[in-house]
Write a protein that binds this ligand. Structure first.
Ligand code: PXG
Length: 288
């Protein structure tokens, strides 16, 4: 396996960063999880735009143009002979000292890209749907660490994942500080009721899959799509619920906090959207 590290392709064994890297010491950095399908990197430009927005707010200068970053992703895939795969692009603050002041990171950012085969959720999750729970950990307040930032500081999500693990379910729903549904640990959430597709307005990452699914629902299925406040009560009484993310694509949810959703099996609209989504993943992106 070859890893892109600061402008060079290096062997996996040689792809190392310092223990003084602030990404490691403080979670001070940004990342993207991206997917390639049959020689097309799905929505690569959108991923790079989101990465640069995170870096802008965090005041990290990548030292690379967006097109150079796109090129680096493509080079990493080609160096590994991958046509399909999962790409992890990471930008850390760089090497500093034992204080958290980012001005001490004089090295500039460490940038690395890993391209690997994707580990998919088991088929039965798609066939039977997920059982999930709401967890006590609240999603980060937008004026603390805005959930729109895809930063290396994922402890909020990890704590929620631990709570899901403790409950014996594969995913967790986090509420925002006001008690509205925000998102899952690594996925956005949608509900369908009476021909309206709803997804949370606030307290969540603006997922690339989420945006793509909203557009497809509107243009292809002529659904009324709303970004709005959603309560647990509304989720429990939805006809269909599903999650979206780069790894999961669209995955149906059939039980939340012990309440059966709809008929208790993956819904027709969810499955139709998943089918349409599969068609665009091989077309809508950067070919390499
Ligand atoms: N919300 C959060 C908090 C995420 O981290 C999504 C939603 C979905 O966004 P995209 O752009 O992928 O549609 C994410 C991203 C993993 C893993 O290994 C997944 C994410 C992040 C980190 C790891 O499953 N998902």
């Amino acid at each position: 396996m070859k890893i892109y590290l600061n402008g060079k392709m290096v062997a996996k064994e040689d792809a190392r960063v310092s223990v003084f890297d602030h990404g490691l010491l403080y979670g001070d950095g940004a990342f993207e999880g991206i997917r390639a399908y049959s020689g097309v990197v799905f929505k690569l430009k959108e991923h790079i735009d989101r990465l640069y927005e995170t870096c802008h707010t965090m005041m990290i200068d990548t030292g690379m143009t967006k097109s150079q970053m796109i090129q680096a992703v493509v080079e990493t895939l080609n160096a590994n002979g991958l046509r399909d795969g999962y790409i992890r692009l990471v930008i850390t603050r760089g090497d500093g000292d034992l204080g958290l002041d980012p001005r001490k990171c004089k090295s500039g950012p460490n940038i690395f890209i890993i391209a690997d085969k994707i580990t998919l959720y088991p088929d039965e999750f798609y066939k039977n749907g997920l059982t999930i729970v709401t967890v006590p950990t609240v999603r980060n307040h937008p004026e603390a660490i805005n959930p729109q930032l895809k930063s290396l500081n994922y402890l909020n999500n990890i704590l929620a994942k631990i709570e899901a693990n403790n409950a014996g379910v594969p995913e967790a729903i986090l509420l925002d500080g006001s008690g509205y549904v925000a998102e899952c640990t690594g996925d956005n959430i949608f509900m369908i009721k009476d021909g309206i597709l709803k997804t949370p307005l606030q307290g969540r990452l603006r997922g690339i899959t989420r945006d793509a699914v909203m557009a497809l629902a509107q243009t292809r299925l002529k659904l009324n799509v709303q970004e709005t406040l959603i309560t647990r009560h509304e989720l429990y009484n939805a006809q269909e619920v599903f999650l979206t993310g780069t790894a999961a694509e669209l995955i149906p949810v059939v039980k939340i906090d012990g309440r059966v959703i709809g008929e208790g099996r993956p819904g027709a609209v969810t499955l139709e959207l998943l089918k349409i989504f599969h068609e665009v993943t091989r077309k809508d992106g950067v070919a390499f």
